[in-house]
Design a protein around this ligand. Structure first.
Ligand SMILES: NC(=O)c1ccc[n+]([C@@H]2O[C@H](COP(=O)([O-])OP(=O)(O)OC[C@H]3O[C@@H](n4cnc5c(N)ncnc54)[C@H](OP(=O)(O)O)[C@@H]3O)[C@@H](O)[C@H]2O)c1
Length: 274
């Protein structure tokens, strides 16, 4: 089974648009981007377009990369106080000279639609999530939509980043899976992954997960966005071979990626309602 994130996200956006119209609310999302990284600019453009599609006002704060951490925090504070702004998204990565942790902590937890503020991360790990980070949140939606029940599964999350791997593990644990988190220092990655009923790969290495690492019938979720040696977009998973053995698998593109943006829209509406 191919898990079609594009289709599910379009349906979620359609339903959300209707819900926003009926609510009489006018949700607002502010994005903050520092510098001119083309990939970050593209992601921010996609987020603004999704806002237009769904009926969320978007405000773009664009800062040059000679700003200081304090400058960025000043902008964040004024967005925190702006009643027309329900959600604030700081596009990562920030330039190296900016203190990313301090910037994330400056975002009001009530407007933290990315779910990266330590208070929201803490709530997630204590089993009472407020804002769920968008990529793992989107993956949980995909599992629900395809009736894949994590309860009791051996779930292996590969990657321990704060934006994907760690919150993914917390969500799967909250959903009663038995969770293992692997990373670059894991002793026997192949053995760990082979034991999995559910694999979530968030490594960032082209076609790293091969058929011999996957047990027959496993569910495979590919978060990676990579370019192969020919410059072709691909995931962490060798889709061609792994799809012959997995029971369900997400493609790249068209799997997890579109769900991330749909979840951001849902989180922004959630913030507006609150
Ligand atoms: N589809 C989406 O919407 C979406 C959203 C976010 C990210 N992504 C993509 O997902 C991928 C991961 O993103 P990220 O932000 O989580 O990346 P990240 O911060 O670079 O984290 C990568 C993780 O993978 C682990 N890792 C790297 N090489 C490994 C190896 N050989 N064996 C085992 N673990 C290994 C690292 O381990 P250590 O901690 O030990 O270094 C780290 O925990 C990237 O391709 C990114 O573009 C996609």
């Amino acid at each position: 089974m191919i898990i079609d994130g594009k289709k599910v996200s379009q349906e979620r956006i359609r339903l959300l648009k209707k819900e926003i119209q009926e609510s009489g609310l006018s949700p607002g999302l502010a994005t903050v981007i520092v510098g001119e990284d083309p990939a970050s600019q593209m992601y921010v453009r996609m987020k603004h377009k999704a806002c237009d599609d769904v009926g969320i006002r978007s405000i773009g704060i664009v800062l040059t990369d000679d700003v200081t951490t304090d400058d960025v925090i000043t902008h964040i504070k004024s967005l925190n106080e702006d009643a027309s702004v329900d959600g604030i998204l700081v596009q990562l990565p920030l330039p190296a000279h900016i203190d990313t942790k301090a910037v994330i902590e400056a975002v009001s937890p009530e407007k933290d639609v990315d779910g990266f503020h330590p208070r929201n991360i803490g709530a997630l790990f204590s089993g009472r999530p407020a804002f769920v980070p968008c990529t793992p949140g989107g993956i949980m939606t995909l599992l629900r939509e395809y009736h894949i029940e994590p309860r009791g599964m051996n779930a292996v999350v590969i990657g321990r980043s704060v934006d994907v791997g760690r919150p993914m593990a917390a969500l799967l644990l909250n959903a009663d899976a038995t969770v293992t988190i692997c990373h670059s220092k894991t002793k026997d990655l192949v053995e760990e992954v082979r034991r999995a009923d559910l694999i979530v790969s968030a490594i960032g290495r082209a076609r790293f997960i091969t058929k011999d690492m996957v047990s027959p019938g496993a569910v495979v979720i590919d978060v990676g966005i990579n370019q192969d040696e020919n410059g072709k977009l691909c995931g962490d998973v060798d889709f061609e071979s792994v799809s012959t053995i997995a029971s369900a698998i997400t493609p790249v593109p068209g799997g997890v990626g579109p769900m991330t943006i749909a979840t951001l829209m849902e989180n922004t509406f959630h913030a507006a309602k609150k």
